[in-house]
Write a protein that binds this ligand. Structure first.
Ligand SMILES: CC(C)(COP(=O)(O)OP(=O)(O)OC[C@H]1O[C@@H](n2cnc3c(N)ncnc32)[C@H](O)[C@@H]1OP(=O)(O)O)[C@@H](O)C(=O)NCCC(=O)NCCS
Length: 212
C-alpha cells in the first residue's frame, strides 16, 4: 500500500473512515452507540485483560470517551474506532492505534470484542484493518501490541496477523495495585504478510471452513 503520509511527520494525516473489511467497518466513535458500548464494556473479561478501561463502565465514561477520541485524533497521537458489523450495524467492539509517533514511524494497537461476538474471527479481521491503516495512510513502519501474560486468545489473534512475539517486559505497568509483566508483539511493514489460512474439512469435527 502506498505511503501516503510519508512527508512531514508533524502533519497529522487526514483519514477517511469507515475502514472496511469483508464483514466489518471501523468507524470514528459515535455517541449514538453509547448504550451498546456500556453493555459491552461491563464485562470482567475486558477488565481482566485491558489497562485503561474503567470498571464499572458508565454512560458518563462512554460520553467522555467519544469527546476525548475527537481531541486525540486531532492531535494525531491516538486513533480510536468502533467496530461495527456491516450486515446489521451491530456494535461488536472497539479498536485503536495509540502512542503514534510518526518521527519514529511507530504505533501500538489495542482491541476488544464484546462477549456475544467472540470466537468468530472478528478481532483478527479488525487487527488486519488497523495494520493496513498504520502501514497505509499513517505511513508507520512498525506496529506493536502489548498483551498481559495469560491472554492466549489475544496472542493468537496477533500471530494470525503476522505479529511476532518479541519478548516479555518485566513489570512495566501497574494493574490492580501491583506491577505486572507484559508480552510485546511487533510487526514491521517489511515483514511478510500473514498467510491466509483456510481450514480444511479434515481439520476436525465442527471446524467450518472460513477465511479472514
Ligand atoms: C482477545 C479478543 C479481542 C479476541 O476476540 P475474538 O473476536 O474472539 O478473536 P478471534 O475470533 O479473531 O480469534 C480468537 C482466537 O483465539 C483462539 N482461542 C480462543 N480461546 C482460546 C484460549 N483459551 N487459548 C488460546 N486460544 C484461544 C480461537 O480459537 C481463535 O483462534 P482460531 O481462529 O485459530 O481458532 C477478545 O477475547 C476480547 O475482547 N478479550 C477482552 C479484551 C482483550 O483481551 N483485548 C486484547 C488486549 S491485548
Amino acid at each position: 500500500m502506498a505511503r501516503k503520509a510519508n512527508g512531514d511527520p508533524r502533519r497529522v494525516p487526514t483519514l477517511h473512515p469507515p475502514f472496511r473489511t469483508r464483514r466489518l467497518e471501523l468507524r470514528w466513535p459515535s455517541a449514538r452507540l453509547n448504550e451498546q458500548v456500556v453493555r459491552l464494556l461491563n464485562d470482567p473479561v475486558v477488565t481482566r485483560w485491558t489497562l485503561r478501561i474503567p470498571s464499572p463502565y458508565t454512560a458518563r465514561d462512554a460520553a467522555e470517551f467519544v469527546r476525548r477520541a475527537r481531541a486525540h485524533r486531532r492531535s494525531g497521537r491516538i486513533l480510536s474506532f468502533q467496530i461495527v458489523r456491516r450486515r446489521d450495524g451491530a456494535l461488536l467492539g472497539g479498536a485503536g492505534i495509540h502512542g503514534i509517533d510518526r518521527s519514529n514511524g511507530i504505533g501500538e494497537i489495542g482491541y476488544l470484542i464484546g462477549r456475544p461476538y467472540r470466537g468468530r474471527g472478528y478481532a483478527t479481521e479488525a487487527v488486519g484493518a488497523l495494520v493496513r491503516v498504520a502501514f497505509g495512510p499513517l505511513g508507520l513502519h512498525r506496529v506493536e501490541a502489548r498483551v498481559f501474560p495469560g491472554n492466549s486468545r489475544s496472542e493468537r489473534v496477533l500471530r494470525k496477523q503476522g505479529f511476532r512475539r518479541e519478548g516479555r517486559l518485566r513489570e512495566p505497568v501497574r494493574k490492580g495495585g501491583r506491577s505486572v509483566d507484559v508480552i510485546v508483539y511487533g510487526r514491521l511493514r517489511s515483514d511478510r504478510a500473514p498467510v491466509r489460512r483456510r481450514r480444511s474439512a479434515s481439520a476436525g469435527p465442527g471446524s467450518a471452513a472460513r477465511t479472514r
